[in-house]
Design a protein. Structure first.
Length: 280
């Protein structure tokens, strides 16, 4: 409890306090402005843009590191145990690579020249295609950054999904099979309800940590560009506080982020947890 108070609650209270001040980090003086920082964010175009792009990042993450790992886990269970062990190791391997090193390798893949790996692959199908500017084109930059961030985390979510499926008692499946349940009927009435607690966990942690996972790829690959198209709430807080030294605006953004995600997670548990049956 002492550690939580010192390293969570006190910094949180200090953040809320700073959000009521106009403070440049390189100056020792603080100027009280009350709710002006919040009014600036609510009346400007920065916050709506960050919210929209944050939602886009999270939507991609839900598809890539919730739906895809669950699907891969279902497919993996159709294999032999030796093959399952191989795929577990292969898919989990990116998770243990240092993020900065992995992202730098991906930057080489996205080189905007004909020697870049992805541009080379594109030219195989369309030799006349000019090199695509993957990281400097507003259309391609967000998918490129999301691909790297989600590739890095997918293996961890895959192992959780696989463990959740393995934990389903075989007696239930065998009894359902004897009663004539097959295919989608077996999946919908037996497997998915029993897997629901694990699925809810994956969904919630993805929404909570999705913006955090994409922070390093953004910083190394695009720095929020081009024209702010890969920015989000998490990276916007970093930019406002440590690049533009506007500590008051950064703290106000932090408070808004905490309130939004706290409310979102609470709503998810209240809404979804009612429909989930936990085995007792």
């Amino acid at each position: 409890m002492i550690s939580i108070v010192l390293f969570v609650y006190l910094p949180l209270a200090r953040t809320v306090q700073i959000s009521f001040y106009e403070w440049n980090l390189v100056r020792p003086t603080h100027n009280w402005v009350g709710l002006e920082n919040y009014a600036t964010l609510l009346n400007g175009d920065l916050l709506p843009r960050l919210l929209i792009q944050s939602a886009a990042f999270l939507l991609i993450a839900v598809c890539a590191i919730v739906a895809l790992p669950i699907g891969l886990a279902f497919l993996t269970l159709q294999l032999t145990q030796r093959e399952i062990n191989f795929y577990q190791s292969a898919l989990f391997f990116p998770t243990v690579i240092a993020s900065s090193v992995a992202v730098l390798v991906w930057v080489w893949f996205f080189l905007p020249t004909r020697s870049g790996l992805f541009n080379t692959a594109v030219r195989v199908f369309n030799p006349e295609q000019p090199p695509i500017q993957w990281l400097t084109d507003s259309f391609w930059a967000m998918p490129a950054v999301s691909l790297v961030a989600n590739w890095k985390q997918m293996g961890f979510h895959y192992l959780i999904a696989l463990a959740g499926l393995k934990a389903i008692p075989q007696d239930y499946l065998e009894a359902a099979y004897v009663d004539g349940a097959r295919g989608w009927s077996l999946m919908r009435r037996i497997v998915l309800p029993l897997f629901a607690p694990t699925g809810l966990f994956l969904f919630v942690i993805t929404l909570i940590q999705g913006l955090d996972h994409v922070f390093i790829p953004i910083e190394i690959m695009t720095q929020g560009g081009p024209a702010g198209s890969t920015n989000n709430l998490m990276y916007g807080i970093y930019q406002e506080g440590f690049k533009y030294f506007r500590a008051g605006i950064a703290s106000a953004l932090s408070v808004i982020l905490i309130v939004l995600f706290g409310g979102l997670v609470f709503w998810q548990y209240r809404l979804l947890d009612r429909r989930i049956t936990y085995e007792r």
